[in-house]
Structures are given as structure tokens and as C-alpha cells.
Design a protein around this ligand. Sequence first.
Ligand code: AHR
Length: 511
Amino acid sequence: MKRTLTILAALAVSLGAWAQVKVSVRESLTGQPVIPAEIYGQFSEHLGRCIYEGIWVGPDSSIPNKDGYRTDVLEAFKALKVPVLRWPGGCFADEYHWMDGIGPKENRPKLVNNNWGSTVEDNSFGTHEFLNLCEMLGIEPYISGNVGSGTVEELAKWVEYMTAENGSMAELRAKNGRKEPWKVKYLGVGNETWGCGGDMTADYYSDVYKRYALYSRNYSGNRLFKVACGASDYDYNWTRTMMKNAASKMDGLSLHYYTCKGWTGSKGSATDFTPGEYYNTLAKSVEIDEVLRNHEAIMDAFDPERRVALLLDEWGTWFDVEPGYNPGHLFQQNTMRDAMVAALSLNIFQKHTARLKMANIAQIVNVLQAMILTKGEQMVLTPTYHVFRMFNVHQNATYVPSEYTCGTLVSEEGRVMENFSACTSRDASGALHVSLANPVLDKAVTVELSFDELKPRSVSGEILTASDIHAYNDFGKAPAVSPAAFTGAKVSGKTVKLTLPAASVVVLEVM
Ligand code: AHR
């Protein structure tokens, strides 16, 4: 009975779909923002197998590695053009004491990872290992400081250790093998301080924030971008209080938004879902558009010049842990449904960059909506990885407004979402890129792109789709979801025409 109702709901959804969309690309609307590369930010946490096995195997591992970092994962990071990487958590950050993770490995204390499955953390991946990784790959580090169980002095000394040229922290760093300071831009002052990061009220935390931020100094030409811990989801009061009490002392304010069925009970399977559940997931994920707008409006009231950035430093899908895995390790598979969430979300984020300056999907390897999954020495790239790689042409490109009218879908949970998504940018080499998504499971859509300035001469593209929305890339099997060249777009007079297959994501380059 439930199944029949679900199918009927999905049918109702698809009947509402439109089969044709006209997109007008408006380059005459000048003065548009550059899309910060940091919108494509990532998050690495000491959680499950994200760091250990996922990124770090140690130099003595039989898994091929460069100085302890697994080689296959390094190569995948490079192709992704990871702009910024947040570390060490998450909830882990507020029980992390950085001094445990420096110096000879054999002397580093072992701690119980209380947040994540009580796994024993041997601290073999610490400050040097993280910052050297970022430096090697040209990634901007984003350090998440311990406010919940740490002290002002501990965070102040960490900043000094990482960034000062002189003084006893610099001497200690040199003794541990690194003479030159690193460049560290982003400093998060606490994580989820309303919950696992200290269980505080916004009023109380805003004072705490100011204390920690004050003593986190700029050393030796390094300029910190200080991020205050922000709200979860729809907690607009948190944003209001933080802006009222501390806006002048922060460079950014964070926000967390997960696409999750709920915080109690089952979150649903990552791979086994009905059409109704598919649309529920998508509709919940695109609600971020409204959530961002609401937080931005509050920030605008206190900061009309938009000096303070909004950073969505945790987002993504959150399903039940895969059977057989430690429930505290949050390991989930990643299907074409996740790819669709990624495409719709990135297209939304790119329209908010007047205020939204960073977004960090959780987490880069082996946790939640990961880019990469590993199993021993095997590695797979997820459908979400492919979307991030295809869309990275938008990094640092100038946003180009585009207008279209499309239909809407209503999910079983009653959320209304558009049945089409598009975003356009022009990069420094002059190429115009259009990222398109058709979330409808059973209907292709024909698209006509028209341009107010460009006379299109050629078009090329890539497509990500699968014969089954449940498809995912599994260990030891040929990839079930991988991008392919898209030859279905044609220049037709002053327009470009194409058909977007059902449940597909396409990125076009128009010259
Ligand atoms: O991403 C998993 C956890 O979700 C993070 O550690 C925490 O910040 C959030 O609650």
C-alpha cells in the first residue's frame, strides 16, 4: 500500500513537469560578482575513515603514498581543484588539543574520539601533516579552533605556532621540522557552539567569541579571516544575536545545513529509496535557497555593506550508515541522487555570492556526502565528485545572470521546488559555462539558450547521468556513474539548443 502511494505521489510530481525551458543569458547586466572558488570548499574531519585510511596512511603503509598521504587520493584532490579545506572538525575540533598532534609520533598521546564511535585517535595526523598537505596542493587551510573544551591561551598559541616567524612557538615548530611559518587564512572560532561545541546560548557565545578572536593574533604578515560560529538551519535568532553583538569583530559567520530526513530515527538508506524519497531529498536540499536568503536578510540589516561573509561551512546529504559499518563513522554510499543534490545546491550557492563566500561539503573522504570512498587500497570517485569536478569551471569566474521560467514539483513532504536548474559564468579566458540540471526522473527537457551579447559559434559539454538513479560507484566494479562527452547541444542561429535527459547534469562551454 505504501509503495502504491509513493508511486502515485511521484507520478503527480512528474505530471507537473514542463518539457521545455528557454534560458536567456544576460551579459549586458554588468557589475556581477566573481564566484569565489571557496564555494567549492571541502571539509576533513577526524571522523571514521576520513583522515586515517582516507587521506593519511602513513609513510610505511603498503598503500601507495607520498610522505604518508595516499597517492590516489592526492591525484583526485588535484583534479577537483580543492580551493579550501576545513580541519580538524566538526564536533571533533572542540575536543582536539593541537599540542597532542605535534612532535615525534611515538610520543603523541592517544585519545578516545568521543564524538565519533569512541575510536582511538593516535594523533599521527596533526598540524604539520594537515598544513603540509594544503601547501603541497595549493589549498587554503581553514582551521577550526577548540572553544568548547579548550582555552583562549591554547588557541592563541596554536595560531602563533602555525604563523609566527619568531618566538618560542616558532622555535618549537622549527624543532619539529618546520622552520618557515605556514600561511593560514581562515580561523573558525568554535564549531556548533550551540551544541557539540559547548552547548552555549548565542548571547553567551558572542562574548566568548570576542575573547578568543581578540587573542588570535596576526603574525609575520599573516592575516587571519576570523569566522564566528553561526546557526544551524532555520535558527535565525542565532544569526541575529551574533550580528547584533559581535559583527564588528568578525570577518565571517558560519551556517550549517544538512539534507537529512530528521535527527531522530532512521535517515533513510543512501542507495535504496523510492521516487517519493528522491524528491523529498531534492526538495529539502534546495530549501537552502530560502534559508540562505533569510540569514542574508538578517545580516544585511546589521551590515548593509556586506563586509561580514556568510560561510556555509557544513552541508550535504546525511543518510543512514551503510550496513556493517561502525554507526559512529557516518560512512554512506553516494548515488546519482547525491550528484543531483550537489548540482542543484552549487547552482544555488553561485547566486548568493554577494554574501556567501564559502561552502564546505561534508566530508571529503569516506563520510556523509563524500567525494571519494576508499576500502583498503581501493578507491572510487563518487557521483558527487564528478559534479564538483565538472562544475569547477565556475571557480573564480564572473557570474552571468540568466533568466528562465520552468515548472515546479511538489514533494511528498509538501515542499515545492523548481523542476530545472541553470547557472552561467564567464571565466578569465573568455569561455562561457552553463551548468544545467534536470531533476525529473522520467522526463527529458528541451532547453533553448539565448544570449543578449554572445553570438555562439561552438558548444561542447559533459554529461553525468545513469540508467538508474540508484546507481553508484562500487569497489572492484566498473564505474556505474561517470561523466561522458555531451554532443547533444547544437548552435542554432543565435541560440544553443539541447535536450537534457531525465535525471541528468550537463555543463556546457559556449564560445
Ligand atoms: O559532519 C558531521 C558533524 O555534523 C560535524 O562534526 C558537526 O559539526 C555536525 O553536527
